[in-house]
Design a protein around this ligand. Structure first.
Ligand SMILES: Nc1ncnc2c1ncn2[C@@H]1O[C@H](COP(=O)(O)OP(=O)(O)OP(=O)(O)O)[C@@H](O)[C@H]1O
Ligand SMILES: [Mg+2]
Length: 404
């Protein structure tokens, strides 16, 4: 990659970012505060308080029910942190283990996950579920701890796998005399998840359901505003634009969509060298349409350039990930040139094309530092679906009399 110039890198690296902390828009990030879930957090705290004041005096089994994207997972994770801290302050020992049953679909996988949360050197194979239950008991006794097991997306643990909660409850009752060392919180979107469980587990959980309500518009607005405050720099987005995102999110109620839209809009604004997000950034982020300007640019683009752009889209399509690299693009380009019987351009010409594409918002390119290999360009397209982009390019190329 000798054709890259150092000045260009420096320019890119100096470019100011609109994000204060990009990762705080991640779906899995657990914020310090959860506006409009205070009531649920307070209720959970009341229910678990006795485990802080009088460790291992009881076992709680609770079911959380609510629609998708309304903060069930994040609320329980934040609650878990609070509970563990509160216990620690009073030298109690509570261990929180969060398991996603969509990822760990069998009792065995769930149990291994619990054991490995307690001892991360534990081998992944070679034990029966019964062995694992006994190992869990041993560790609990050894460390005298209370285990709060969260079974998220519980509905994926179906049929006989549902016995798992029963087994955990049984060891709780059998192995520890009068002490109680295991609590369970299940999370699901509706109560149909109960049907796969045995009757006693079902009736226990049925008596202990906490329903999470959907957020209304005002609440959604405040939540999204809070998430922008912690993730974006000041004055990057106006209240009226947050309101527009709120209206879009309100249609489904899934906050994930709003966080995604915020992230995408910010990226688009950044790539267009704007100092703040505009309605147009949100539109581009929201509608996967081809911007009018892109169409115009493509129509008047030289054949050589447009073939190189197609090679980039092919490389992105093939790699399947978010970004492609200069190496992958060059490979894809050489293949395309060969099949069309045209003479490939030189590396420095291609590098110029890349910079032009970037300036014209046809691609986005970021330079990242890698410990061993040094700096590397990451190339992607953010505002147009790849399939659509390809269709469009092929159309334009055809008007130039080339058949691919
Ligand atoms: N009150 C809130 N304050 C801040 N962020 C929130 C709030 N409620 C939800 N979120 C954010 O919205 C996103 C979706 O929330 P979460 O993952 O907890 O949904 P869920 O109810 O578990 O959905 P699903 O049933 O699909 O798993 C997360 O990124 C979460 O951080
Ligand atoms: Mg969830």
């Amino acid at each position: 990659m000798s054709f890259m110039t150092i000045d260009y890198f420096e320019d890119l690296l100096k470019k100011p970012s609109l994000f204060k902390k990009e990762s705080k828009l991640d779906n899995n990030y657990v914020p310090k505060r959860l506006p409009h879930r205070e009531k649920e957090l307070s209720l959970l705290s009341q229910l678990f308080l006795v485990l802080v004041t009088n460790p291992n005096s009881i076992s709680r089994k609770i079911l959380i029910i609510g629609k998708t994207g309304i903060g069930k997972t994040v609320t329980i994770k934040l609650f878990g942190e609070m509970l563990v801290n509160a216990a620690q302050k009073r030298s109690g020992n509570i261990k929180y283990v969060h398991i996603n049953c969509r990822k760990e679909r069998t009792s065995y996988k769930v149990l291994i996950k619990i054991v490995r949360a307690l001892n991360n050197n534990f081998p992944k194979r070679g034990y029966s579920p019964q062995d694992l239950l006994e190992i869990i008991v041993d560790i609990i006794k050894d460390q005298n701890l209370h285990l709060l097991i969260v079974l998220d997306e519980l509905s994926y643990l179906i049929g006989k796998e549902g016995d798992l909660i029963y087994s955990l409850t049984r060891i709780n009752d059998d192995a520890f005399n009068t002490r109680r060392h295991i609590s369970i919180i299940g999370i699901a979107r509706d109560i149909s998840c109960l049907s796969g469980l045995d009757t006693s587990t079902m009736s226990t959980l049925q008596r202990n359901i906490i329903y999470f309500n959907n957020y209304n518009k005002e609440q959604l607005f405040e939540i999204l505003k809070y998430r922008t405050e912690i993730s974006l720099k000041d004055n990057i987005i106006s209240d009226s634009l947050i309101q527009i995102i709120t209206d879009l999110v309100y249609q489904t109620g899934d906050i994930r969509y709003g966080l995604n839209l915020l992230w995408k809009s910010t990226k688009i604004a950044e790539n267009q060298n704007l100092k703040y997000i505009t309605i147009e950034s949100i539109r581009l982020a929201n509608q996967d349409i081809v911007p009018f300007s892109t169409l115009d640019i493509l129509k008047y683009m030289s054949t050589q350039k447009i073939i190189f752009l197609l090679a980039i889209i092919n490389a992105l399509d093939k790699c399947g990930g978010i970004y492609t690299s200069v190496r992958e693009i060059t490979e894809s380009y050489l293949i395309l040139c060969e099949s069309l019987g045209i003479q490939p351009r030189t590396h420095s010409q291609l590098w110029n094309y890349l910079q032009e594409f970037k300036r014209e918002y046809l691609i986005t390119m970021e330079i990242v530092s890698e410990a061993i290999k040094g700096r590397k360009a990451q190339i992607t397209v953010q505002n147009i679906p790849i399939s659509k982009y390809k269709e469009l390019l092929l159309e334009v190329i055809e008007t130039k009399g080339i058949k691919i």
